[in-house]
Design a protein around this ligand. Structure first.
Ligand code: BV8
Length: 229
């Protein structure tokens, strides 16, 4: 039986909860160019546009109908059943994994409901829409808080911890990710090199990446409960 399981999730696991993926027809990026809303340069160029982009997503995430789906709940059940053996690494910035009950969880691209001081890097729970009045309490003079989001060109979070887990896992499952964003897209190679079994769960068979030893095609909300039971 597997001893150490690393699970990488992408926007596809939250699709059935009503959160847009990034590269579907109605993807978030369609409404904006990546460079304009998910890069430090875009933030420097038009701070209001980027703050609005993240304010809208943070407020949408807190709408009553946005809830963890069966796939999130299945991963929480897996962590409970395999205590201490399951680590979820998510590219997603929503809070659906923690709301489902996962605790051994790394948000490698940051979190929509948190804010960060650009000077001290201290992280705060987001209290209000971003704006010039939303400042840190750690610096004098107080600094305007930015979204606690890893933008393109910025270093993802907890990479050492993620690499350690990948190097020692015996099962690696990627769920709902197009494998287009690095370094997350390269995790399967590390897992394979460490001798792990690699499984991909994706709606779109065309996306199937040859590096995975096993492909399960379909909705995460249908496949994961069956996989976990
Ligand atoms: C880094 C936060 C280095 C934002 C995100 C030039 C300069 C610098 C870096 C680069 C460069 N060129 C390339 C790079 C690397 C770059 C990169 O990969 N670019 C890509 C575009 C080529 N990466 C970076 O910049 C990273 N940083 O490299 O730093 C460094 C080193 C030292 C010092 C400093 C820096 C940082 C990348 C992080 C970017 N931030 N998110 C935000 O959310 O607003 S990435 C963003 O894309 C999201 O996190 C998202 O999760 C992620 C990946 O997308 P997916 O999750 O895969 O979503 P997608 O829509 O693409 O796919 C959904 C999939 O689900 C589909 O396959 C679909 O079929 C499937 N699906 C749909 N429904 C279902 C389903 N599956 C199952 N069930 C369903 N129901």
């Amino acid at each position: 039986m597997y001893q150490k399981i690393v699970i990488l999730t992408g926007a596809g696991i939250s699709a059935e909860s009503g959160i847009n993926t990034f590269r579907a027809q109605d993807g978030l990026w369609e409404q904006h160019y990546i460079e304009d809303v998910a890069t430090p340069e875009g933030y420097a160029r038009d701070i209001h546009l980027v703050e609005q982009f993240y304010n809208r997503r943070a407020n949408d995430l807190q709408l009553p109908h946005i809830e963890p789906n069966a796939a999130h709940l299945a991963l929480a059940k897996l962590e409970q059943e395999f205590e201490g053996q399951v680590l979820v690494v998510t590219q997603n910035v929503d809070n659906l994994h923690e709301r489902a009950g996962n605790r051994r969880l790394i948000h490698m691209h940051g979190e929509l409901l948190k804010a960060r001081c650009p000077q001290s890097n201290q992280v705060f729970v987001r209290q209000d829409d971003f704006g010039e009045h939303v400042t840190c309490t750690c610096c004098i003079p107080a600094q305007r808080l930015r979204p606690h989001i890893v933008w393109f060109g910025e270093m993802p979070l907890a990479m050492d911890k993620i690499h350690q887990a990948l190097a020692s896992c015996d099962l690696f499952i990627a769920i709902g990710t197009s494998g287009t964003v690095y370094p997350a897209a390269g995790f399967v190679d590390i897992a394979n090199q460490s001798g792990a079994q690699s499984v991909e769960v994706n709606l779109d068979a065309a996306n199937a990446f040859s590096q995975f030893q096993c492909h399960l095609t379909g909705k995460a909300g249908q496949i994961l409960p069956e996989l976990v039971d």
